[in-house]
Design a protein around this ligand. Sequence first.
Ligand code: HEM
Length: 459
Amino acid sequence: MRLERQGGPPPAPGPRGLSVLGVLPRVAANPLQAFAELSRRYGDLYRFDVGPVPVHVLTNPDHLKHVLATNNRNYWKGPVFERTRLLFGKGLVISEGEAWQRQRRIMAPSFQRERIAHLVSIMADEVRKRMRRFEQALGDGEPVDMQLQMMTITLNIVIKAMFSFSIDDDEVEEVANAFSVILKHIDLRFLTFFLPEWVPLPGRAEAQRALQTLDGVVRRVIEQRRREPGQHDDLLEALMQGRDADTGERMTDEQLRDETVTTFFGGYEATANALAWTWTLLAEHRDVAREVQRECLTHVPDDSSPSLDGLLALSYTEQVINESMRLYPPFWISFRTSYEEDTIGGYRIPPRAPLVLCHYLAHRHPDFWRDPESFDPDRFSPERTEQRPRHYLAPFGVGQRMCIGKHFAMLEMKLILSMVVRRYRLELVEGHPVEPFPRATLRSRDGIWMSVHQAEAMT
Ligand code: HEM
């Protein structure tokens, strides 16, 4: 048996020699397909070398838990994730150690279940405003792009709920476009993570312009608040009042900018993707859609003022959302890098090795999920959920770096589904195939086009 070091665990399998040259172009063309093919060939955990850098891909839920929770002290977000710094700066999602702890402590209370309860009516107002677009589509018969519609709704909600700020429709579109341009550039930065920062990449100037658009909006949000101190009870106020426990200093404007952009992004992109995929699955499974409609009408009978208790009671709808995020996790991959050597699944992970954690494949791993490709919300019935370790389903991550906005997102998704499904039936439009487009997040390549119909009356 060939051992890399005498007595130690072997290196992970994977393409070696000339065959590794073909890997990067395949990953660039379609990373999801490339990772799935390599996994079929080499198993749950494999390695391909990008020059001298040994990149490891993990697809087994237990291995993901090891990295994100059990032995998380040995891992940091690493040089691949660092490539998002141009967007997030020193924002929560990318900070480490004490800086991360301090920021998370300041932000966490704004995301607690009790605190977000009072946001339900703000969220509902925003959904009501945006539903005018569905009413229009019902009248003129023109299909709508649900991916875009969900982005518009979630972006408005996060800005209003967390920053007590409003932007008009044109600006929402500008901000959403700016994020898309920056995300496209970040994809390229991920793929070329081994290059130094100074190497000019295509799309950089466009990304810089998009960042300026974004920063312009953020500056206005902060300036308005400086004129109205202490008048709001929201995340922005917590950020502005938060002090460093040691120095007593408040956050700098730069840190405020970074946390605002991080929350904008976290708050809209993933939630919109999860909802857009859910609408697709509901259109493909009418029986499930009817069950969701029935449950929403029962527990939230009057959506002019939906109650928190009503939304929390939407247990079947929550099963549907979970199953949708199992099949299409919005953050379909995440990154970590090892500090020291480790052993995972019997293989040696070298120090300073970048890891790609593939949640998409972990969520469809046949050893962990029966009939993994099929859409079956009953997998998440209370009885079946109880029998399954929690980390098998991890759209919000695992361990201490788990999503801070989880409860906010779940409440928001239930609210949007409940308000739309009672009024409208959405159908996929022929000639507009829905195809996963796996980049920084899991969008559909050409949007998700749907026709809008009056919901069937419930008997
Ligand atoms: C369906 C919706 C959402 C999904 C699937 C999702 C997923 C995730 C995941 C997987 C992470 C961990 C990333 C990692 O470990 O590398 C994360 C972190 C984060 N999310 Fe979310 N998220 C969602 C909604 C939200 C919302 C609504 C907000 C804010 C309003 C938000 C803000 C954040 C922030 C600030 C972090 C960084 C947390 C930290 O590092 O301590 N997310 N999210």
